[in-house]
Ligand binder design. Structure first.
Ligand code: FES
Length: 193
């Protein structure tokens, strides 16, 4: 991998599942059109792991260390279902020292945890590679690079715009979605997933 060491908490199996058949992740491919599950994360949602251990346990900022990437779904707390009906709903989380975040980013973060759409704005690959040496998130498909400390702005590659941010807050000790994505989720050249 060019640029340095890749640090990931998620398993390779989890990444493959996330890139491919969402039914494999959830084990509930018979419910692909459930309206709640098809929605992007909503204000008030918890966030739950999108890995092979996907469940109903809300993520806390203390669940992951500094600069560990976690993929997650919004979780509808009233219906108690993850919003995993579309790959486009996937969220990436990473925790930083809050002092290293840009001022706008600090406003959207909770305990230093920032959240963005996990879907590349180029051609909608799932963005998974954290390059420690250069401190950027890289898309595995065409190597677009995003600066997560500063609004996931594009700092390299063909992506036309930043990853949409997802505002967070902490409530009762867990991470909660504080507002909708700040921009349209998805790529410029593809629709749907
Ligand atoms: S899909 Fe991410 S760089 Fe092309």
């Amino acid at each position: 991998m060019p640029g340095g060491t890749v640090s990931r908490r998620i398993t390779i199996a989890g990444v493959v599942a996330a890139l491919g058949d969402i039914g494999t992740v959830t084990g509930r491919a018979d419910e692909p059109t459930d309206p709640a599950r098809m929605k992007l994360p909503q204000p008030g949602d918890w966030l739950v792991s999108a890995g092979n251990d996907a469940g109903t346990t809300p993520l806390k900022s203390g669940d992951f260390g500094q600069q560990e990437l976690v993929l997650a779904w919004g979780f509808d707390t009233s219906r108690k279902v993850p919003r995993d009906g579309s790959r486009l709903n996937m969220v990436l989380l990473m925790r930083f020292d809050p002092a290293t975040l840009g001022s706008a980013e600090r406003e959207l973060a909770a305990d230093g945890v920032v959240a963005f759409s996990a879907i590349c704005t180029h051609q909608q690959c799932t963005v998974t590679d954290w390059l420690k040496s250069t401190q950027v998130l890289q898309c595995p498909c065409h190597q677009s690079k995003y600066d997560l400390r500063h609004g996931a702005r594009v700092v390299g590659g063909p992506a036309p715009r930043a990853l949409p941010a997802l505002p967070l807050k902490r409530a009762d000790g867990v991470l909660v979605v504080a507002g909708p994505f700040t921009a349209r989720v998805g790529g410029e050249q593809l629709q749907g997933a």
